[in-house]
Design a protein. Structure first.
Length: 637
């Protein structure tokens, strides 16, 4: 091992960690986040990639579960709801971080027009081929909301069939079927998934448990009428029924986080229906055209009687030129969404056009892109005045990657991005919110990739400057609280990913983030927020994992996730008497393969650590607070 590799490995083993990746993860992998292919070690942006084998070996029950235990992301159930979880990356806070990340599924945006997080629980885990996380990049291709970066989920084509079934504590039961057939002229892939659990907390005061049941179904048909044309037709359906608990005081949480706190629970039913149609065509002369259209209808209804109906329509047109070392792409995108409630219909429409490209000149790759986007808002009450407004916003990105030798590459990028307010923030009480404007960010990434014998290291330092970062100003009374902007803020940090193969049997990998997020100046609060840390951002986050092959057919895995103590989610003045406690969770797994069948067992939160989400003093939501286990079988047919 080279000297600098020994130093890096020794430092990481002593101070940083992450979870197990498969042996092949030490090799470079292809990334396609910019719709052109790079090896991840040659990309001019910071990336984190998780493949199909990583997902299978994790024994995760959902995409949220996988990202929480196996990625650098901070994933937490939103106010206790396990099916609508909040995601944070690079210090935007667990409260609002999800609105600073664009999430796509095969290129389709999953971000909502209101404050509801992206619904990743509607994506069958069995359908996923790869997850690409791009940090400090993505605003040129995806526009609104990519201030922290983007998460790209790519589904897989299947030739054959695979089934999974598992059962465990707390009534947990999960099953999935993925089947497909591929020929010269057509291919069809179908994935079905079910998950249910009987509840982790005591019944509420009405005797209702925090139980849940979800079903997801996806199908994609590809037709190849000629060697140069592909036609696509897709359908996705989701049904979710869940009941989840409310917050506890600190005394209640410390006494028993499973208790109901003397409250009734919240129930939610959710239905989603997505249809898609698309085509790709090689036009000759190195030109390729793609066109995709999606229509999504969703309904969310709570036990309180509050119901919302969503209608989303999106179109994505792109033209790419790729010849030798040159790639150029341009496109036009439109997303038109509306939410119909009991008293109004509110809409947000995004229309953007972009151009991007990269050129490889020997050992150096240079990339650049620019985007302009118009965001239109509408508010149509059943009685009263119709309101409308719009913003025109720009984004751009430049990056470079240089290979020093066969093992080491350096990269740098500078990105300008924006976040337009969602409809919940832009409208207040039937009128425009005069206290809010779009947020703008500027992100600098500096990093390196090193791939050696049995070792793959990625290190990134970043700095983010923001104007008008969007947040919720809470006065302690919802009647007088409102959404507004932080005038000036900044973030910086260091991210380390390392996968290491100690020998033929023992593998490990490390994912560490050091993140600092500060409020420079803010008028709201009378200056009380100036110079304070942004709440809900852990300074240190670590994920540790080891995998040991007991035999060629059996694998033992050990993982641990830890996030440091920080300020409660609404503590912008850093003055609450209670802080967000550190997060701890240890997992232990075992799998054994028998020809085309694999048996597995998984224990999560092995040491029964009581974790919670602190919103404010005596307002704590228990999350991952008890030990759980599952046993299951996975088979290929």
């Amino acid at each position: 091992m080279h000297r600098h590799n020994r130093i890096a490995a020794g430092l990481l083993l002593g101070t940083l960690s992450s979870i197990l990746h498969a042996q092949e993860s030490v090799e470079p992998v292809l990334v396609t986040a910019t719709r052109s292919e790079f090896r991840d070690t040659e990309a001019p942006y910071a990336s984190e990639v998780h493949g199909r084998r990583d997902i299978e070996r994790s024994a995760a029950v959902s995409l949220y579960d996988y990202l929480d235990r196996h990625s650098s992301l901070n994933v937490t159930p939103g106010f206790g709801n396990p099916f609508v979880q909040k995601i944070d990356m690079r210090g935007y806070g667990i409260g609002d971080g999800h609105q600073n990340i664009v999430v796509t599924l095969n290129g389709r945006r999953l971000n909502n027009i209101d404050m509801v997080p992206q619904l990743l629980s509607a994506i069958p885990l069995a359908s996923i081929e790869r997850i690409e996380i791009t940090k400090g990049s993505g605003s040129v291709l995806y526009g609104d909301g990519a201030t922290a970066g983007a998460i790209h989920i790519i589904t897989r084509d299947i030739d054959g069939a695979a089934v999974m079934a598992s059962s465990g504590s707390h009534g947990i039961a999960a099953s999935s079927v993925a089947a497909g057939i591929n020929g010269d002229y057509a291919g069809l892939t179908v994935t079905a998934e079910n998950y249910r659990q009987d509840g982790f907390r005591d019944p509420d005061t009405a005797g209702t448990r925090d139980a849940a049941d979800s079903d997801n179904l996806q199908a994609l048909l590809r037709v190849y009428p000629s060697d140069s044309v592909e036609l696509r037709l897709g359908k996705a359906l989701s049904w979710i029924d869940t009941v989840y608990g409310k917050g506890l005081t600190q005394a209640q949480f410390e006494a028993d986080p499973a208790q109901n706190g003397g409250k009734t629970y919240t129930g939610q039913t959710f239905r989603a229906d997505n249809s898609s149609i698309g085509l790709s065509a090689d036009l000759g002369s190195a030109l390729r055209l793609s066109l995709d259209h999606h229509r999504e209808d969703k309904r969310s209804e709570y036990s309180s009687g509050w119901r919302s109906d969503y209608d989303y329509r999106s179109t994505d047109l792109a033209l790419h030129y790729s010849a030798g070392d040159l790639f150029v792409g341009a496109g036009l995108q439109n997303f038109d969404g509306s939410r119909k409630g009991s008293y109004d219909t509110t809409g947000k429409e995004n229309t953007g056009h972009y151009a991007q490209g990269h050129y490889r000149l020997g050992a150096t790759t240079v990339a650049a892109g620019v985007r302009r986007e118009t965001v239109r808002y509408s508010y149509r009450p059943t009685a009263g005045s119709v309101l409308a407004d719009d913003h025109t916003l720009d984004a751009w990105d430049v990056g470079v990657n240089h290979r020093l030798d066969e093992q080491l590459t350096l990269f740098a990028s500078y990105n300008s991005a924006f976040q337009a307010p969602d409809i919940d923030r832009f409208f207040s009480g039937g009128s425009f919110n005069a206290f809010i404007v779009p947020a703008r960010s500027r992100t600098l990434n500096l990093g390196l990739n090193h791939v050696g014998a049995g070792n793959k290291l990625k290190l990134t330092a970043f700095h983010i400057s923001l104007d008008n970062e969007i947040y919720y100003y809470s006065t302690g009374d919802w009647l007088t609280s409102y959404n507004t902007n932080i005038d000036k803020s900044h973030k910086y940090g260091l991210e380390v990913q390392d996968s290491y193969r100690f020998n033929e049997r023992l593998n490990g990998s490390f994912n560490y983030a050091w993140t600092r997020a500060y409020i420079d100046s803010e008028d709201a609060g009378g200056g009380a927020y100036d110079g304070k840390e942004l709440p809900g951002v852990s300074e240190h986050s670590v994920v540790l994992g080891l995998g040991y092959a007991l035999t060629p057919q059996s694998l033992l895995t050990l993982s641990h996730s830890w996030r440091s103590e920080t300020w409660a989610a609404e503590d912008f003045a850093n003055s609450f008497s209670q802080k967000q406690a550190a997060y701890h969770s240890t997992g232990l797994g075992y799998s054994h393969r028998l020809e085309r069948m694999e048996l597995f067992v998984r224990i999560d939160n092995l040491f029964d650590h009581a974790n919670g989400l602190w919103i404010s003093d005596d307002n704590i939501y228990p999350v991952n607070f008890t030990r759980t286990w599952r046993v299951g079988i996975r088979a290929e047919l």
